[in-house]
Design a protein around this ligand. Structure first.
Ligand code: C5P
Length: 401
């Protein structure tokens, strides 16, 4: 969730400031870029040098920097725009009150006022301060402005008293934010089934019939779906690809029959299914138990039809949004539309082999998205991650309509 995100951490002057060293480490570990803005009094509780070393960025304390005898300006507007997310932790009663009133007498407050990104704040103060009506007014006001509060926890306080007011532990701050961001993702709560790659149909213990599908398109669709908040079941034939993502369950299969079985095992649980695999249409009727010996003359292998997985899912579908792929060489649109109807799909993604850079193996694709109402959208030649993103945008606009 936080990978690649720019996070601005605002640290104010409470004893819990020392815990922000752990918070910065967790954010960096989660793959974020972190910049720290501190108030002057926060510097008494945690060293700016520690936070700048951990965050791999200079810590910003004031509007004006004095470096090597020259002055430079910390631009709070630029900082606010840089951030994908601002976290103010610990947020003292003083800073919360100023934030709620639009006071900006330090760099942290000016940056907060400039930030257009989501802002989270984690209050930290003694229990009586936390319960004070004026604090409650500040908190309510800040929430009403669209900021998100990470509630203080209960426990022993620095004053020696016991009660509510401790800053949430860094792990809990991270979990809170991740959980909160996930709720807003367009595929949150959705389960998705994707088929990818080729299938291999055994001839004997060492030989098979296969095809050149790399599986890239299916893997990119799975990755994008997970990034958009879905839980993904990726049923893949043999490929060199890997996908390590908490929300993706990769089921490796070899033959079309195994792909068929895995898809049917999971189909009833999913909301969307995309068949991006290049499934072999035929398989050897008999698989030799021993390696076949070379003989004089020609060899004939009798083939039988594999099940059409997508067709069978179309027959079974009730709530699922079902998407297929069509790789066509002639009468592309007509053939793709025919397939959409025959297989009872909600949409089909057409690759025309007439388009250079489209289809199997390569790193790019050029697609036309056709839905069951014959709405047609043709896209430019793009990289496969971009194509995956376009396909999901089309699907999401239809499942949320
Ligand atoms: O009919 P055709 O093979 O052209 O249809 C392609 C679409 O059907 C693709 O989405 C492919 O993944 C799927 N398919 C399948 N099982 C098969 C053959 C194709 O799921 N046996």
């Amino acid at each position: 969730m936080l990978s690649g995100k720019n996070i601005l951490l605002g640290v104010t002057g409470g004893i819990a400031a020392y815990k922000t060293t752990f918070l910065v480490r967790l954010l960096i570990k989660a793959g974020s870029q972190v910049k720290v803005v501190m108030t002057q009094s926060a510097g008494s509780f945690v060293s700016p040098l520690t936070l700048s070393t951990l965050s791999k960025n200079p810590v910003l304390l004031d509007f004006v920097n004095e470096e090597d005898g020259s002055l430079s300006w910390n631009n709070h507007v630029e900082l606010g725009l840089w951030a994908d997310l601002m976290i103010i932790a610990p947020a003292t009663a003083n800073t919360l009150s100023k934030m709620s009133q639009g006071i900006c007498d330090n760099l942290l407050l000016a940056t907060y006022l400039s930030a257009k990104c989501p802002v989270y704040f984690a209050p930290a103060m003694d229990l009586d301060m936390y319960q004070h009506p004026s604090t409650k007014i500040s908190l309510d006001k800040l929430v009403s402005y669209g900021n998100t509060m990470i509630p203080a926890e209960s426990g022993e306080l620095a004053s020696g008293l016991h009660g509510e007011g401790r800053m949430a532990e860094p792990e809990n701050i991270l979990a809170f934010i991740q959980n909160d961001l996930v709720q807003d993702l367009p595929l949150h709560g959705k389960k998705v089934l994707i088929t990818a790659g080729p299938t291999q149909e055994a001839i004997d213990p060492v030989r098979f019939l296969g095809n050149r599908s790399s599986g890239t398109m299916g893997f990119e669709l799975a990755k994008r779906a997970a990034d958009l908040g879905a839980k993904v079941i990726l049923v893949s034939g043999p490929t060199n690809l890997n996908l390590e993502h908490d929300a993706v369950d990769v089921i490796r299969i070899t033959s079309a029959q195994e792909m068929f079985d895995a898809c049917h095992q999971h189909f009833s649980e999913v909301d969307v299914a995309i068949a991006a695999a290049a499934v072999a249409d035929y398989r050897p009727k008999h698989i030799a138990k021993e390696k076949m010996k070379k003989k004089d003359g020609d060899l004939h292998i009798e083939l039988e039809r594999n099940p059409d997985i997508l067709f069978s899912l179309g027959e079974k579908k009730h709530k699922q949004f079902l998407v297929g792929f069509a790789l066509e060489t002639q009468n592309e649109l007509e053939n793709a539309k025919g397939k959409l109807e025959r297989k009872n799909l909600d949409a089909i993604v057409l690759n025309s082999l007439k388009d250079e850079g489209a289809g199997f193996g390569g790193s790019t694709n050029k697609i036309t998205f056709i839905d069951k109402n014959s709405q047609i959208k043709t896209f430019a030649l793009k990289t496969k991650p971009e194509v995956a993103s376009d396909i999901w945008e089309e699907i999401i606009s239809r499942i949320h309509a």
